[in-house]
Design a protein around this ligand. Structure first.
Ligand SMILES: Nc1ncnc2c1ncn2[C@@H]1O[C@H](COP(=O)(O)OP(=O)(O)OP(=O)(O)O)[C@@H](O)[C@H]1O
Ligand SMILES: CC(=O)N[C@H]1[C@@H]2OC[C@@H](O2)[C@@H](O)[C@@H]1O[C@H](C)C(=O)O
Length: 383
């Protein structure tokens, strides 16, 4: 069987670094097979990371500065692509998600949303000499979709089951779920997916705040685990309009970012929480918002919840999720032969591979698009 070596590159809303996955892909849909040859996270240079976070939080930049940042990101992505191939035969294709710096989902079905990913594919192709597919979200947005989440169609072919209904829950900066009913008739149209709300974005910001920037996340959730969640606050925060919106829906740091955290810190003053209690409460918001959204928007409880993304390594968050889900077992995609840390990067490799084969990448029932479309712009290498 013909196998294509593809590199998937992804930096998500946590802005923690570039996830690179070198994969071998074969097949099209039911026969789709993906083998991870190498996976690595390459941290951004700290100054570039701060700049990205500033822009994402609404800082003003000139067009000249924006162009320079766009290219700096592309340089880092290209370097990640070069590094991940060392010791392996070269790849023939790159799928680069880029770095999201702004996401404004459509408010009404008649409008077009806006989503901006920096790290232009043309420069990645030029620097690596490898054809690069980038700007994946624009095609779905043009078809009146949210442009996110896009991973569900890949989840469908790699993680669905004949008997079980499964939720694949990514916990990155933002959380997003893919609901995969057991495979049957008209199955693709029954898949659902949406952004559940904050993943680690608020927790990371809170850790940064309490440590004066010396730490960027709560490793294994150890600090949060030493506190007690304040359920009154969680109840209060759950009133937020986003949690009650029916899918299709998507969100980003524009909502669950610095301003949101500042409001949470202000609300917490009433309860005089110490840092550990505050972190436990923020973690609880992530866990409860995920489980509430299943209860509100899924046709039935899944048989399994399978985690991926950096948050799947937060032991305390996983424990709280398991507690809330009761008998529904919580595991990670690692246990299903798909790396929990690199699943998103792998997914963008698959989306690039599909683009090359003219196979649509979006799921209209997830993004709200009017139709299936080809995702991504192809940038050749012109020497
Ligand atoms: N060992 C760990 N313990 C606790 N949290 C962790 C651990 N490792 C990673 N994380 C969390 O995962 C985050 C990174 O996750 P990931 O790379 O999946 O996010 P992302 O891809 O940037 O976001 P998104 O999926 O929203 O685009 C870190 O910012 C951190 O909060
Ligand atoms: C605009 C944007 O970058 N959205 C990301 C983000 O990170 C998680 C969640 O919000 C998800 O909808 C999406 O990413 C994944 C990779 C997706 O498109 O499936």
């Amino acid at each position: 069987m013909h196998r294509t070596r593809v590199i998937g590159l992804m930096s998500g809303t946590s802005v923690d670094g570039i996830d690179a996955a070198l994969v071998e892909i074969s097949g099209r849909d039911w026969d789709l097979q993906v083998k991870l040859l190498a996976g690595e996270t390459y941290p951004y240079p700290p100054q570039l990371r701060e700049k990205i976070l500033e822009i994402g939080a609404g800082a003003a930049v000139s067009m000249a500065e924006l162009a320079a940042i766009d290219d700096a990101i592309a340089h880092n992505f290209a370097q990640a692509a070069q590094n991940i191939q060392v010791g392996h035969p070269p790849a023939s294709l790159i799928g680069s998600h880029g770095q999201t710096v702004y996401h404004r989902p459509r408010q009404n079905p008649g409008e077009l949303g806006y989503s901006c990913q920096l790290g232009r594919g043309a420069l990645i192709a030029h620097l690596t000499g490898i054809t690069t597919v980038s700007n994946f979200r624009i095609g779905d947005i043009a078809a009146h979709g949210h442009g996110a989440p896009l991973v569900p169609r890949v989840d469908a072919y790699l993680l669905s089951d004949l008997q079980e209904d499964r939720c694949i829950q990514n916990i990155g900066g933002i959380g997003n779920v893919t609901y995969l009913p057991a495979r049957g008739d008209d199955w693709l149209s029954q898949i659902r997916g949406w952004d559940t709300g904050p993943g680690n974005s608020l927790l990371d910001l809170a850790v940064k705040y309490f440590t004066n920037g010396t730490k960027t996340y709560d490793e294994n959730g150890a600090w949060s685990a030493s506190g007690t969640p304040c359920q009154f606050l969680v109840e209060q925060w759950l009133q937020q309009e986003y949690f009650h919106l029916p899918p299709p829906k998507s969100t980003g740091r524009e909502l669950f970012g610095v301003h949101y955290l500042n409001q949470c810190l202000e609300d917490a003053q009433t309860y005089q929480l110490n840092p550990a209690d505050f972190l436990a409460t923020i973690t609880e918001l992530t866990a409860v918002s995920i489980v509430h959204s299943y209860e509100a928007f899924l046709p039935r409880r899944p048989h399994k919840v399978i985690l991926c993304g950096g948050g799947s390594r937060n032991i305390y968050l996983k424990y709280r999720l398991q507690l809330l889900l009761g008998k529904v077992p919580v595991s990670t995609t690692d246990e299903f032969s798909l790396s929990a840390s690199f699943k998103e990067a792998i997914a963008f490799a698959v989306l690039a591979y599909w683009r090359n084969l003219c196979i649509p990448g979006n799921l209209p029932t997830v993004t709200g698009a009017s139709q299936e479309v080809l995702l991504g712009e192809i940038h050749g290498n012109y020497g």
